[in-house]
Design a protein around this ligand. Structure first.
Ligand code: ADP
Ligand code: GLC
Length: 482
């Protein structure tokens, strides 16, 4: 049995701010349990809902020297759907209403978590062959592993993988503070190690010291080798290209299944969406106080409201798009300027815009089920799960051709009757608007439109195929140890 520990800052169903949590929650369930003992470790945030915190059992606690003094490390444990989850407890670091706060505080907090991930292993009696780290928050795990823990032979054989879900975030802070926080010697803060552009960089540490680097779609894997997408680190991906892989995310087809979804008004599948999807649309229009108009093309947006997701394009042409026979349903939180933009337009066009500026898993399911199209004009998109969920729910994606959006959505071709959605190339507001208008035209031809929906619903983006690819990487690394 190969032992794998997945380490991350978020994981469904416990805590989620974006797709990272979906991936960390789903991957373990799709790995072959006869061959892999996969466990997951995340922080025990106080903002994890009480119903889960109440189910956690205390394993043990100890103190570890970190950032100038001894710190409490509690270990909690819970088994869900046959997967063992560990939670690192320290209320100094993991209290607060959200998992993330300001950059300095997050840097210290996740440095602590990275060290704790390694420190708890003997206490939980789990000796992983591989620690699979996700994003910058656990970027110091491979660094601590090689530079502090592997002096102990118990740790020396453990291998590590870093998966990049979003290169934009790297855990950058000044070297002086990071030396104090981590206790690492100054010679680790050089290029080729933790340093980049004069600062300490937690993700770069992982990219230098992990045995394998992966990211979440084939296109993004190529994109980040270029200066535009590489966020200053593109050279490193060339250097490490023989250890660098792109594996497309899947979605959990049990959680995201319109035939069984408990949140939506009326369940449907590929055989009956022609009648029943419209019922969901009418129900959502009613709930959100939009006119119950089946012919208005309903455009959904469920997203973190950040620059990454292309809201600058929307803001440029929103007013113009709103002159069309459309309805926009927005669900998201994030940058104040985008939140205000959507509030403003909802106020000005109450019959056309519903702005829901909060987080709601339930409403997100209803939007995926009810809308005709889903708009995702991202500036960059490592993978993107929302467009994959949309396909599954018969909601036609309109996307920009970048990262995983390019790998998952095929442009509609009216003559050949092929494709699953609409995509445009340049980061240009009018190009996006013309695509939306192309979709509006296509929407009028119900027969072809429904055939496109059918192709999207039949496309397979479940985890099965991608989980096999992770297994191949795990096998390859384990073989190195044999
Ligand atoms: P990212 O991880 O960059 O935010 P993804 O498309 O990979 O983008 O994943 C986003 C996930 O977060 C999807 O499951 C989406 O439904 C969910 N999500 C984003 N914002 C909200 C919100 N306000 N309420 C509920 N779910 C949300
Ligand atoms: C990140 C990316 C998103 C990806 C998700 C899961 O948040 O922004 O594109 O789907 O991680 O890998």
């Amino acid at each position: 049995m190969k032992k794998i520990l997945l380490a991350a800052s978020e994981c469904v169903p416990f805590i989620k701010t974006g797709g990272l949590a979906d991936v960390v929650g789903a991957l373990p369930m799709y790995l072959n349990r006869d061959e892999y003992d996969v466990r997951v470790v995340i922080p025990k945030y106080l903002c994890i809902p009480e119903k889960y915190r109440d189910q956690m059992e205390y394993v043990t606690h100890f103190y570890t020297y970190f950032c100038g003094r001894n710190r409490y490390v509690g270990i909690m444990r819970m088994v869900l759907n046959g997967i063992t989850f560990y939670f690192v407890d320290n209320e100094e670091y993991f209290a607060g209403p959200y998992p993330y706060s300001n950059p300095y505080y997050d840097t210290e907090k996740f440095s602590f978590f990275s060290k704790a991930v390694l420190s708890i292993l003997p206490s939980i009696d789990f000796h992983p062959d591989i620690i699979h780290c996700n994003d910058w928050h656990v970027g110091l795990v491979p660094v601590y592993l090689r530079h502090e823990f592997s002096i102990n032979p118990w740790y020396a054989s453990i291998r590590s993988i870093i998966t990049i879900h979003n290169l934009k975030f790297q855990g950058v802070w000044n070297i002086e503070d990071m030396m104090r926080i981590t206790g690492f010697p100054s010679d680790l803060f050089y290029s080729g190690k933790l340093e980049a552009y004069g600062d300490s960089n937690m993700l770069k540490g992982a990219l230098e010291f992990a045995d394998i680097i992966t990211t979440v779609s084939p296109t993004y894997t190529e994109e980040i080798k270029t200066p535009f997408f590489g966020e200053g680190l593109h050279g490193l991906f060339w250097e490490r290209s023989k250890d660098f892989y792109g594996i497309l995310n899947g979605i959990d087809y049990n959680e995201w299944n319109p035939a069984t979804d408990k949140f939506i008004d009326t369940n449907f599948d590929v055989t009956n969406f022609r009648e029943l999807k419209a019922v969901n649309k009418a129900a959502l229009q009613k709930e959100l106080k939009l006119p119950e108009d089946p012919d208005a093309m309903m455009i959904g947006v469920v997203s973190r409201l950040t620059e990454q997701k292309g809201f600058d394009l929307i803001s440029r042409v929103f007013e113009e798009m709103l002159q069309d026979h459309v309805q926009f349903v927005i669900l998201g939180t994030g940058d104040y300027a985008y939140e205000e933009m959507f509030r403003y337009f909802a106020n000005k066009y109450p019959d056309k815009v519903s702005a829901n500026i909060y987080y709601s898993n339930e409403l997100s399911h209803k939007i995926y089920a009810a809308c005709d199209t889903f708009l995702m004009p991202s500036l960059f998109e490592p993978c993107g799960l929302s467009q994959i969920i949309s396909l599954r729910y018969g909601t036609v994606p309109i996307v920009r051709e970048t990262g995983g959006l390019k790998d998952t959505v095929e442009q509609y071709n009216a003559e050949k009757n092929t494709g699953t959605g609409f995509s445009f190339q340049n980061y240009n507001a009018h190009e996006m608007m013309y695509k939306v208008r192309e979709a509006e035209e296509a929407f009028k031809d119900k027969e072809h439109w429904n055939q496109m929906i059918e192709r999207g619903m039949n496309a397979n983006f479940s985890w099965e195929a991608s989980a096999r690819k992770y297994e191949e990487l795990y096998d390859m690394l384990c073989a190195k140890n044999d």
